[in-house]
Design a protein around this ligand. Sequence first.
Ligand code: GLP
Length: 244
Amino acid sequence: SVYATQAEASVKVAGRIAALIRDKQEKGKKAVLGLATGVTPIGVYNELVRLHKEEGLSFKNVITFNLDEYYPMKPTAAQSYVTFMNENLFNHIDIDRENINIPDGTLKQEDVAAFCLKYEQKITGLGGLDLQILGIGRTGHIGFNEPGSAPNSGTRLVTLDDLTRSDASRDFGGKENVPTKAITMGVGTIFKAREIILMAWSQKKAPIIKKAIEGEISGEVPATYLQLSDHVEFILDEGAASEL
Ligand code: GLP
C-alpha cells in the first residue's frame, strides 16, 4: 500500500501491531514480534509509545526479537541496536526485559554459531514470529542479509557490504569506525514469520524499492526474495513508490 506520508503509514503499521497485541491478550497468549532498527521504523515506535501512554496499550504479553546487531558491539555503545531499541521503544513501554531478544554483539567469535542456533530455536519454540517488520538497505538488504544471501539462510554472522558501511558512517563518525560484521536473522528466519511488513520512505529508497518489487528474483538483491512470499506487504510513502 502507498500512503501520502510516512507519518500516516507509520500510524497504520503501529495500529496493526497494537491490534495483534490486543488480540493475543484477549486469548491469553503472547505476541511474538520481529523488530527492526534504522530510521524507517522510528515513526512506528513513536506511535506505539503513544498508544501505551495515552491508550493503555500494554506490552506485558509481548516477546520481541530484533533482526540484527553489529559485530562486535557493546550493548552500551551509542551505535548499538540495543541502545537504539531502548531509546526509541523499550524504555518507554511496560515490556518485561527478559522478553527482549537482540543478537549479542559481545560474543567470542567461536560462540557465535551456537548463539545463532539458540536464537532460531527460541523463536521456533515460541511458535514462530507473528509479525516481522522490515526496512530496506540501499544494497537491497533485509536485516543485514547482504547481496549473496541464500533464501533459506538462518541467523548467522555476516560481512557488511561496503555501501552499507558507508551509509552507517555518519552514526559512527567515519566509515573506518563502522564494524565490518553483524549478526543477523536469515532470509529464511524472516520468511517463517506469519506476516511480514516491509516499510520504505522517501525518494532515496525509490530505486531499491523498484528493484525489490519489480526486479528479477536474485540473491544479488535479497529483498527480491520477498516476491516469493504471499504474506508480505510493502508499505510505502509516495516518494518510495515513485519509480513503480
Ligand atoms: C540497517 C538495518 C536494516 C535497515 C537498514 C535501512 O542496515 N540493519 O534493518 O532496514 O539499515 O536503514 P534506514 O531505515 O535507516 O534507512
